[in-house]
Structure formats: structure tokens, C-alpha cells
Design a protein. Structure first.
Length: 314
């Protein structure tokens, strides 16, 4: 009888333990569904431990909801501007004696953030150079000079640097993104006239019903442009809104309102990284975007952006 009682107690204890393990399993399955499904298919206990304990890189499929809206910055994302806006900054600075300013200088300031207006940035850089003739210089004067370089001078027949801009992503990719995600908007620090001109030139204007530009309100990193774009798209900011930019200011503006910030490497920076034998996203701008909360960094042309927007059902 004592042995029989002991066996009954042992069986009851085993059943209780099994029940507890089953409860724990269902709790973990609820919290970590993808990890445990991978673990269940493995034949070793180490795989179970690693799949739960080792966090994976965020992906479009697992860590975030599918995108329902796409916001795109323009310069460095859609438009290749190293020979236009960036070059106009350099030329404007040289016009006022600031000859020490280079593209690297501009890039350093963009990494710091708060440089979303290239007219203001040009004036700040002129003041930075010890040889810059900044005394009494006004923003209006700098803006006029900048625009002469960027837009061209009809009086002299000088072409503008804006003519050197090219489209970074494939046009076919943009059309497919629109098919998958009808709610698309431009969020840029460009003046509206420059934004419209680029979109029409590259036959993209029909893809965007909403463009938030310089004239509309405070620039990034203020979240206003992102919130305004969401408002015009008739939706609330949130994780299903994907914003693609090429500077820390873009990412800060996005994540501050709980949208998904995606960084993209600029063509010139990615090319330099490749020349140096480094990953495409190893430059200072990409590193800064990661530290500001970018979920991922994409290659120039953002082909992988399609992964965030599943095709509509047939």
C-alpha cells in the first residue's frame, strides 16, 4: 500500500509538471510565435534556446505590420543631388570667399542634423570659413546666389545645376510600389516648385497625391511634415506608415511619431564605401541614421522596399 500511494503521488506530480510545461509553452508561443515554430522544427535543444534568446534583425514580415502608407524624402532618396543641391552649396560658399567648404563639410553638417534648408546651411557655412565674407550678408542674398547656381541664369544662358539631377530608383519600381501601396506621399525640404519640377520631369507626378514641402511648415526633424503627410493621406501616424529618408533628420521626424523610419544610402556614399571595401551602409550618414532609430538601411534605389508592401490579392 505505501508503494502504491507513492506511485500515485509521483504520477500526480508528473502530470502537474506536464501541465505547467504545457501552459508555459502556450504562453511562449503567444509571445514568440515565429521563434518557437523554428525551434520546434529543430532536433537540438540549442536551437530552441538560440531562437528565443537571440534577437533577430527586424524584418518587414515579422517585427512590423505590413505597410499601408509610404512617405518618401526626395533628395538623396529619389533624386541624385551631389551635382545639384550639394554642388550649389559649394559654389555659393565660394562666391562669398568660403573656399574651404567641401562636399565632406556639407556631409558632416548633414550628419549633425538640423540642416534641412540648404539656403540657411550655405549662410552658416560661409560664416564658418575664416575667409568667408559674411559681415552684413543676409539670407536673402545667399538665397538669390544659390538659386542662380541651382536654377541657372536665363540672362546669360547659363544652365542650372538642377539639370544634372537624375532619378535614383527604377521608374518601374515606383509604379509597382504605387500598385501595392496607393497611399504615397513626398515629404521634402525642397520648395514646392522644385519638387513638382522633378516629379514631372521623371514622370512620377501621377504617383503622388500628396507632397509636403518647405512652404508647408517647420522642417524635419520636427515631426510636422510627417504628421501633415499622414493627415492629407487620411490616416494616423503609426507603425504601418513607412518613411524612407537619407539623413538623421528624416529618421528623427519619423520615429518621433511612431512611424517606421527606413534609411537609404546615397549613391555617392555607397560607392565610396564599396571602393573602401566596406559595407554599403558603413558611412557616417548611415551610422547616424541607425543611432537615431532607423529600422533598416537600404541600398540606393531601395529595391528591397517591395518587401514591406505585399502585393494586393488577385
Amino acid at each position: 500500500a505505501p508503494l502504491f500511494c507513492q506511485k500515485v503521488k509521483t504520477d500526480a506530480l508528473l502530470q502537474a509538471v506536464q501541465c505547467m510545461l504545457l501552459i508555459i509553452w502556450w504562453i511562449l508561443l503567444f509571445l514568440f510565435p515565429s521563434s518557437l515554430l523554428v525551434a520546434a522544427s529543430s532536433s537540438t535543444g540549442n536551437t530552441i534556446h538560440n531562437s528565443i534568446m537571440s534577437p533577430q534583425a527586424p524584418t518587414a514580415a515579422s517585427s512590423w505590420p505590413a505597410g499601408t502608407a509610404l512617405l518618401l524624402d526626395m533628395d538623396g532618396v529619389l533624386a541624385e543631388v551631389s551635382q545639384s543641391y550639394r554642388a550649389a552649396i559649394i559654389s555659393t560658399c565660394k562666391e562669398y570667399g568660403a573656399t574651404s567648404i567641401t562636399l565632406d563639410t556639407v556631409a558632416e553638417w548633414k550628419v549633425r542634423g538640423g540642416c534641412n534648408n540648404d539656403w540657411v546651411l550655405s549662410l552658416d557655412l560661409i560664416k564658418l570659413d575664416p575667409n568667408g565674407r559674411s559681415e552684413g550678408l543676409t539670407l536673402d542674398q545667399v538665397t538669390e546666389t544659390f538659386e542662380r547656381f541651382y536654377q541657372g541664369d536665363p540672362a546669360t544662358g547659363t544652365p542650372g545645376m538642377c539639370d544634372l539631377e537624375t532619378l535614383i530608383p527604377r521608374h518601374e519600381l515606383m509604379v509597382e510600389l504605387k500598385r501595392r501601396c496607393p497611399r504615397m506621399a513626398i515629404v521634402t525640404g525642397r520648395p514646392r516648385s522644385d519638387c513638382d519640377k522633378f516629379l514631372k520631369l521623371h514622370k512620377l507626378d501621377h504617383l503622388f497625391d500628396v507632397c509636403v514641402c518647405m512652404e508647408d511648415g517647420p522642417p524635419k526633424p520636427d515631426p510636422f511634415p510627417v504628421k501633415r503627410a499622414c493627415e492629407l493621406l487620411a490616416m494616423d501616424p503609426g507603425p504601418s506608415v513607412v518613411f524612407v529618408g537619407d539623413t538623421p533628420d528624416d529618421i528623427r521626424a519619423s520615429v518621433s511619431v511612431n512611424c517606421r523610419g527606413i534609411g537609404v544610402a546615397t549613391p555617392e556614399n555607397a560607392k565610396q564605401s564599396q571602393t573602401d571595401g566596406k559595407p554599403f551602409d558603413s558611412d557616417a550618414l548611415c551610422t547616424a541614421m541607425k543611432s537615431c532609430g532607423a529600422d533598416q538601411i537600404l541600398e540606393p534605389g531601395f529595391e528591397r522596399l517591395l518587401d514591406f508592401f505585399p502585393p494586393p490579392p488577385n
